[in-house]
Design a protein around this ligand. Structure first.
Ligand code: FAD
Length: 427
């Protein structure tokens, strides 16, 4: 490859920003490659915290990392834009028009050339075309949606306090996202009660609907049972084997003919790649729209294209759509792309090392699995180890991107902030 290879990374999420930052420190710093990161937003957030932003139990002012700031400090370029097309012959991607919040077009549609292209555009919830879901449900797949949900949640809470009417929230999807969201919403409601000037809290009901026989199915049965028990203790209604057949302005209809009333309806079930992958130059796609790659993350159709994280699919060894997989894949490409540029050495297969998983129910409880199959958490310490583990994963990610000292300063700033402000978003 040429001495100044153009590497374009699409998507600055868990995988994309880690890769841009690491490549910037090697081939970017040494002037061997021009690295460009493209994202439809201007800042990065740690997606596993989106349910906390949605509930308002974490403030995303401090938790956002500016792409421009990160780029200027780490030897790569950043351009905002939604990548809507790919021409593999010309080796260029198309960015859709960039619009300001008032709809005004700031930048017309444009193209960017590449020598190596890496897709890391993540995933979104899959509504399986269930009638009414697109029109009547909220999603929390990105920061804009999480903040939008939070505003609606606060307005519904206000209405319930002011009128004494019942607030019903229903969440579809008993995976880690839906289960953790139910606990965070309960925590937010408890915090709001402390700031309600003595007004008596209205009746509130949170219902978690799961089509399968148990919640958090990626975890052992003992964790599912303990999580369900904890949610029941908090007053959250968990309905398993509850197949949703439709959504409307009043709630959800279930296959068994019952209707679950809900003024706030959240869809957090299923995972698929963003639909735009269909416009990516005819690349082979998996069943849920992910780009099919070899075990070394190279597209099976084009050796100049790689995909990693949630938007990729290794046919021989499908991996779960988790932050852990996304990070390991980013680290793998960061380790091997420099040799590919310098000597054409092919990128070897990426071997996923399962380091376990954690599910944290707010401050109430948490559980983790270990690589050998063991389970920890729960018990009289209310899953403190697992809950701390959850926080540590985020801090580790932040330190990776910021560096040790800035990462520690950010931790300090968050601690001061937490001491100075209410622990749930009230405005
Ligand atoms: C609420 C929630 C909780 C979760 N909790 C956990 C957890 O506890 N543990 C865990 O391991 N995983 C968790 N996950 C899953 C985890 O967040 C994802 O697996 C991980 O973020 C995937 O990383 P990624 O880099 O592939 O994509 P993402 O982190 O989603 O990043 C994708 C990026 O691509 C950008 N993008 C998308 N489309 C385009 C486009 N067309 N053009 C330009 N840019 C684009 C987006 O703006 C985004 O910045 C959770 C997910 C959610 C939603």
């Amino acid at each position: 490859m040429s001495s100044k290879t153009g590497i374009v990374i699409v998507g600055g999420g868990v995988a994309g920003l880690a890769l841009a930052t690491r490549l910037g420190a090697t081939v970017g710093k040494q002037g061997e490659a021009r690295i460009t990161l493209i994202d439809r937003g201007f800042s990065h957030v740690w997606k596993p915290m989106l349910h906390c932003f949605a509930a308002g139990t974490a403030s995303n002012e401090n938790d956002r990392i500016s792409f421009m700031g990160q780029a200027s400090a780490h030897n790569f370029e950043f351009w905002p834009g939604d990548v809507v097309g790919l021409d593999r012959e010309k080796r260029e991607i198309t960015l859709g028009p960039l619009q300001a919040s008032d709809g005004q077009v700031v930048l017309e549609s444009r193209t960017i050339g590449y020598d190596l292209l890496i897709f890391a555009i993540g995933s979104c919830a899959n509504d399986f075309r269930t009638p009414g879901v697109a029109e009547h449900c909220l999603f929390i797949d990105n920061l804009v949606e999480a903040n939008g949900f939070n505003e609606k949640f606060r307005m519904e809470l206000l209405r319930a306090y002011a009128t004494g009417s019942e607030l019903n929230i229903a969440i579809v999807g008993g995976g880690a996202t839906g289960t953790q969201l139910a606990a965070e919403l309960h925590k937010a409601i408890e915090i709001v009660e402390l700031h309600a000037f003595g007004a008596s809290p209205p009746k509130m009901r949170i219902t978690l609907l799961e089509a399968g026989p148990r919640i958090v199915p990626a975890f052992p049965e003992s964790v599912s049972a303990a999580a369900e028990k904890e949610l029941a203790r908090l007053g959250v209604t968990v309905r398993t084997s509850a197949m949703v057949s439709g959504a409307d302005a009043e709630g959800f209809s279930l296959k068994d003919g019952t209707h679950v009333p809900a003024s706030l309806r959240v869809w957090a079930a299923g995972v698929k790649a963003p639909d735009v992958t269909k416009a990516y130059g005819g690349l082979s796609l998996g069943r849920s729209g992910q780009i099919v790659v070899h075990p070394n993350l190279q597209s099976i159709d084009d050796e100049r294209i790689f995909a990693m994280g949630d938007c990729s699919y290794i046919a021989d060894e499908p991996l779960p759509p988790t932050a852990q997989v996304a990070r390991q894949q980013a680290h793998h490409l960061a380790r091997h792309i420099p040799a590919l540029l310098r000597s054409g050495k092919p990128v070897p297969s990426c071997v996923f090392r399962n380091k376990g998983a954690i599910v944290a129910l707010g401050d109430y409880n948490g559980w983790g699995t270990l690589p050998g199959g063991g389970v920890f958490g729960g018990g009289w310490m209310k899953g403190l180890a697992a809950r701390l583990g959850h926080v540590m994963l985020y801090r580790q990610h932040q330190i990776e991107l910021y560096g040790f000292w800035r990462g520690m300063m950010s931790l300090l700033a968050d601690l001061v902030d937490a001491a100075a402000r209410p622990s749930a978003r009230l405005d």
